[in-house]
Ligand binder design. Structure first.
Ligand code: ADP
Length: 790
């Protein structure tokens, strides 16, 4: 991670913190304003409304009478009548209404003993012990002026009776008046509701964006439940919704369910350290929910009575949370979630605030303060989550950067190592060709084996890092199946022979012969599987089977399977086979060379080609690896017979190599490393070619000015003018004798697609270091002008 990025990140977090803090302060201010400064009494009455709250006579069933001012509370036995009585004023006009709010009581309104209005709990789905609260509007007119109004209240359960204020006025004015009084509650309800929804959306987005690492969406759900609780519980809901009886249940259900998202959130917050406890809370909450549903459905009780047990579960969860927080404090783990803890404290404080307010009948029990506290808690939870997301993001960037640096480093290293290996293998090949001494040839053979092993290791690491970083791309070309199979078989034939294994090649005669795909990578897949089969088989046979399954006119699946009679792979080890750097049965592998990369690379190549690979193995008996590769088919002409004896061709060619002669062919080799020049010269010693050397681009340009060459081998990375610049200068110079001479790029850059890139720049061909005589000879023969070639 660059320093600049870190500073930027810190700045972003700071801005974020300031905005968050400002928001919290704003919320606190709003809370203080609405609950302390802006009291109900201070809201002036709507013009066309009159309040009728003074001097009511409260008469109980036992005949006692007292003067009261509304709103007020009174204690009376359940199911008994409590009557409020008063003389109506003289200012009533036609079509006026008298309005009050019943608070959990049935109401009958009489004017001069005439029953004018009756409200009793409607017969609804959910039965209540007490009627729900509701705003009532009783039609009165100027004829009722100065008459006696008597309002009877009946409550079925509980001794405390609450009586609301009474208003007179036009209906619209009365509604407008209630709206004004409820203004803050309405605004709150809408804000909380929206906040709940936003929290869920943001929470889910964070969860998806971080692959489930951040799970603040739980608290989003809890916030939504709290908002729903507040909305469906507040006094203004009956101005909006009609079926209050059923609506009345919702806040209770919300409270019942609230413990579940909270438990899930706390569990995530405390990194699953106390999962068992939270699982118990969730189980109890669910059971509680189901039990209450059954009890209500069977008519045994009603939801109103669930408050006690719901409160007990909430307390249990709160208590448990305190214990886990103390435990975390002891383990010094609190700093992980300190802001959330601060939010929780605010929430608990708001709970006490709410309780205090509930004691005051004047202010009422909207639950707004509690909700505010919960909203603050939610905000701190989101603050914590977003901070975490910012941190995760920068860590991810740093990891990407580190991975990039790693793959760059590995690519450079493998390039750097290839150059000296080229020298070692090249010079060694010269020894193998020139020496006649038995013991020297023995040593040189060992150097050759070890060198090639080192080379394949470097190739594997390079391939793997490219595959890991997603930089590997396929380079499809047209290729012949016969060439592909022969090449792969040749790669393992000698080793199989040395071990006394029977190498069988079974190619379905009708398999199409020419395909379009990445031949090199398919070669690698087959060679890896064949090499493993030979490596891990002591006796018996190794069989390569190839066939093709037609899918359409142009496409088919190339099916390649490699079977051996080796040691097999245990069932439990199969899942590890394709993991990088894992060598299953490590103790048995000590004498078998390998890195555990072969199958990982094979698997990734197969994936890259949208193919599949399967393993079938019996421990102790052998294994079969089957690869299926979708390929484009260029020619459906059957391939015919291919057998392992094709190898002879290869041997013949090797014999020919020893006799490779090109007398008089003039070649210029350009490389800044002397040893590399020496390698080419030694390999071609017997070829009778006329070879000149140059150690840099400048020298190459000098030499080509005065002598016409038939072919030029040019290195890429050289101090001063590099290979590409040298080629361009050569092609630009109209006077140069070698303006048309084929120039072959000779480089240790073995990156995938490098050949195509160099040829695109203008090179005639490409040979990668290290190379042997056979590679060198092939490239020379291919690029010599026609008459020389003959
Ligand atoms: P390496 O051969 O370099 O260890 P691979 O990725 O090619 O790495 O293989 C991983 C492991 O799978 C090997 O170490 C070996 O234990 C097991 N394995 C692979 N091919 C075979 C096979 N044909 N028979 C038995 N075991 C095999």
């Amino acid at each position: 991670m660059k320093h600049g990025d870190l500073v930027n990140n810190k700045r972003r977090i700071l801005v974020f913190e300031i905005v968050g803090l400002a928001f919290i302060l704003l919320m606190l201010g709003f809370m203080f304003y609405t609950s302390v400064l802006c009291r109900e009494e201070e809201i002036p009455l709507y013009e066309e409304c009159h309040e009728l709250s003074q001097r009511w006579a409260l008469i109980t069933e036992d005949g006692k009478t007292e003067d009261v001012e509304l709103p007020c509370k009174h204690k009376a036995a359940p199911s008994t009548k409590v009557i409020l009585e008063k003389r109506l004023p003289a200012y009533i006009t036609a079509d006026d209404y008298l309005s009050l709010r019943t608070i959990n009581q049935n109401v009958n309104v009489y004017i001069d003993d005439e029953l004018r209005y009756s409200f009793s709990q409607p017969d609804t789905l959910i039965k209540w012990a007490n009627p729900v609260s509701r705003y009532l509007y009783v039609n009165i007119s100027d004829a009722d002026c100065n008459k006696i109004i008597r309002i009877e209240f009946i409550k079925n359960v509980g001794a405390t009776r609450n009586f609301s204020r009474v208003y007179i006025g036009e209906k619209n004015s009365l509604i407008a008046n209630y709206m004004r009084i409820q203004k803050s509650a309405i605004v709150f309800a809408v804000i909380f509701f929206l906040l709940g929804l936003i929290c869920i959306v943001v929470g889910l987005s964070l969860r998806i964006a971080t692959n489930g690492l951040i799970r603040v969406d739980y608290i989003g759900v809890a916030m939504f439940l709290a908002a729903l609780w507040n909305t469906t519980k507040s006094d203004f809901r009956d101005m909006v919704f009609s079926n209050i009886s059923n609506l009345h249940v919702i806040p209770l259900l919300c409270l019942m369910l609230l413990t579940i998202p909270l438990a899930l959130y706390y569990n995530w917050l405390q990194k699953m350290r106390y999962t068992r406890f939270y699982q118990i809370v969730i189980a109890i909450s669910l059971a509680h929910f189901v039990i209450w549903f059954l009890l209500v459905a069977l008519g045994i009780t009603n939801y109103e009575n669930s408050l006690f047990s719901t409160g007990a579960i909430l307390l249990l969860q709160g208590g448990g949370l305190v214990v886990t927080v103390i435990k975390d404090a002891k383990k010094k783990l609190l700093k992980d979630y300190l802001p959330v803890l601060a939010g929780l404290l605010l929430f608990v404080t708001s709970g006490f605030g709410q309780l205090a307010i509930k004691m005051m009948p004047e202010i009422g029990e909207e639950g707004t303060i509690l909700c505010m506290g919960f909203a603050l808690f939610t905000l701190t939870a989101y603050y914590h989550a977003i901070r975490m997301a910012v941190r995760l993001n920068s860590e991810k960037k740093a990891a990407y950067l580190a991975a990039d640096v790693k793959s760059q480093f590995l690519a450079t290293m493998s390039h750097e190592i290839r150059t000296p290996i080229n020298a070692v293998l090249g010079m060694n090949e010269a020894i193998l060709r020139e020496s006649t001494e038995e013991n020297i040839l023995g040593y040189a053979n060992d150097v050759d084996t070890a060198g090639k092993l080192l080379l394949s290791l470097i190739n594997d690491i390079l391939d793997f890092t490219k595959l890991e970083s997603g930089k590997m791309t396929l380079v499809p070309t047209a290729y012949k199946l016969k060439g592909l199979v022969t090449f792969c078989v040749n790669m393992v034939n000698n080793r199989a022979k040395e071990k006394g294994l029977n190498l069988i090649v079974t190619v379905d005669k009708d398999t199409p012969s020419v395909y379009f795909g990445d031949e090199t990578r398919i070669q690698q897949i087959i060679t890896n599987l064949l090499t493993n089969a030979v490596k891990y088989t002591k006796r018996g046979e190794v069989e390569l089977k190839v066939s093709c399954e037609k899918k359409s006119e142009d496409d088919g699946d190339l099916i390649i399977s490699v079977r051996d009679t080796g040691r097999g792979i245990k069932e439990e080890n199969r899942e590890w086979l394709f993991k990088p750097f894992v060598r299953v049965e490590e103790h048995r592998n000590t004498k078998i060379e390998g890195t555990g990369l072969g199958l990982a690379i094979t698997h990734k190549f197969v994936e890259l080609m949208n193919g599949s690979i399967e393993v079938d193995s019996t421990f102790g008996k052998g294994s079969t690896f089957t690869v299926r590769l979708p390929q484009q088919i260029i020619s459906w002409e059957p391939v015919g017979e291919i057998s392992s004896t094709e190898n002879k061709e290869h041997e013949e060619r090797r014999k020919e190599e020893n006799h490779f002669k090109a007398p008089g062919v003039k070649m210029l080799v350009v490389d800044d490393v002397q040893l590399n020049l020496k390698v080419v010269n030694s390999l071609l010693k017997k070829s009778e070619m006329e070879i000149d050397n140059a150690t840099g681009g400048e020298e190459c340009l000098e030499k080509t000015k005065t002598k016409k060459y038939d072919i030029i081998l040019l290195d890429h990375m050289m101090p001063g003018k590099d290979g590409i610049q040298t080629l361009w200068d050569l092609r630009k110079d109209k006077e140069n004798l070698n303006i048309d001479t084929p120039v072959v790029m000779m480089t240790a850059n073995a990156l995938n697609g490098a050949k195509e890139e160099y040829m695109g720049i203008g090179f005639s061909d490409y040979i990668s270091k290290p190379f042997n005589l056979s590679d060198l000879q092939a490239v020379i023969l291919k690029n010599l002008p026609k008459e020389e070639n003959d």
